[in-house]
Design a protein around this ligand. Structure first.
Ligand code: NAG
Ligand code: NAG
Length: 370
């Protein structure tokens, strides 16, 4: 008996190794679109006037040891995805000197899904951090495409091995309206179908260019965001979730956006049966961290911002964000979920990335056994 058990174990082990390496070798490039959740430097290259603090430490303090333009202490979801696929961290598209054969990042902090005209028409144009909305990012992709592949056949072969991360995008459209525009949430609900249409149109445009593998994230639970909790605090205790302390009406709004996105993606799948269109459930991936922070090593309250100036219950002071004079780190960023009141820490993004790479927050997960 003993004589046979060793080779059998060896065979099982060898075959699982084989399928694992096969699945990680399926992508040779990544193209990313979105906002500050995914921006690896574009906003900084455009001078970062709306948020100059991103150009200084403590941004970047954990991993890069210098500010890179990421709105985080370290790496973002897109960085962890690149690492897991054995690809280099994505260069920002506006760093023109880069080689983009293994991918490019078009995401810009502050970017919206809707065109700037939507905000300008409503007198809110001056609020925008950037005019590089989703349609501009797609135009950049189209500008880059001739340098990546030539004939239709060539492009189809190249993009079959590309992963397209489309978002998260749309969250800022609501951030500007709800946090700065003083528009009621009822009114913002009426804009959600327009935002979803922009995302769906972008996905369709990418598919027509040859994209086959798309991951489209939904919105985070914005009611658990320390900036929202600070700016839109409610006098009504019933507005707060008893377990998480998050604002329920805002989380319901995120769920509404996500429900419409899921429906739009289902329509896209019917229209493009050859494409793999995966919804990434950022909402539940993040909410589990708010529900069970200790399980993930977040020993401080998940609604308390690591980097801020000590004001209020969430350590958010809208007059002195992270990096401004008077702000400081409350402790080790790896023990906090939230980094600067708006964005998560590297430790937070790592958990979200793992949920997309290995499941259950992407179905199928990005890395799966073929
Ligand atoms: C966006 O474009 C408008 C109109 O051209 C301009 O006034 C505004 O300064 C631009 N905003 C940014 C952040 O570049
Ligand atoms: C918020 O920051 C401003 C500007 O630095 C400061 O004057 C104010 O005292 C701070 N508020 C709190 C509650 O810490």
């Amino acid at each position: 008996m003993m004589k046979f058990s060793i080779p059998i174990i060896f065979l099982l082990f060898a075959s699982s190794c084989f399928s694992f390496s096969y699945s990680t070798e399926q992508y040779t490039s990544i193209f990313s679109f979105g906002n500050s959740l995914a921006d690896t430097g574009n906003f900084l290259i455009t001078a970062a006037q709306a948020f100059p603090m991103v150009a200084r430490l403590p941004y970047g303090i954990t991993y890069f040891k210098r500010p890179t333009g990421r709105f985080c202490d370290g790496r973002l979801v897109v960085d962890f995805v690149a690492e897991a696929l054995g690809l280099p961290l994505l260069p920002p598209y506006l760093a023109r000197a880069s080689n983009f054969q293994q991918g490019a990042n078009f995401a810009v902090a502050g970017a919206t899904a809707l065109n700037p005209a939507f905000f300008i028409q409503r007198g809110l144009g001056s609020l925008l951090w950037t005019n590089y909305s989703l349609s501009t990012q797609l135009a950049w992709f189209e500008e880059l495409k001739p340098s990546l592949c030539h004939t239709h056949q060539d492009c189809s072969k190249y993009f079959k091995k590309s992963l397209f991360l489309l978002g998260e995008i749309g969250g800022n459209d609501y951030n500007y309206l709800l946090l700065l525009g003083r528009v009621t949430i009822q009114q913002v609900y009426t804009y959600v179908p327009m935002v979803i249409q922009e995302v769906a149109d972008a996905a369709q445009r990418l598919i027509e260019h040859g994209a086959v593998n798309l991951v489209v994230p939904g919105n985070l639970p914005i009611g658990c965001n320390p900036l929202y909790l600070t700016v839109l605090r409610s006098p009504n205790p019933a507005d707060y979730d008893a377990i998480t302390g998050c604002l329920k009406p805002l989380n319901q709004f995120s769920m509404y956006h996500n429900a419409l996105l899921i429906t739009a993606l289902e329509k896209l799948r019917l229209k493009n049966p050859h494409a793999n269109i995966v919804y990434a459930d950022y909402y539940n991936a993040a909410l589990q961290l708010d529900l069970f922070p200790f399980k993930f090593g977040f020993i401080h309250g998940p609604l308390i911002t690591c980097c801020g100036s000590g004001g209020g219950p969430y350590n958010v002071n809208v007059s002195a964000f992270c990096g401004a004079p008077g702000s400081r780190l409350l402790g080790d960023p790896s023990s906090y979920l939230n980094w600067d009141g708006i964005h998560l820490t590297e430790a937070g993004y790592l958990n979200i990335a793992n949920g997309l790479l290995y499941g259950p927050y992407a179905d199928p997960p990005i890395i799966h056994y073929n």
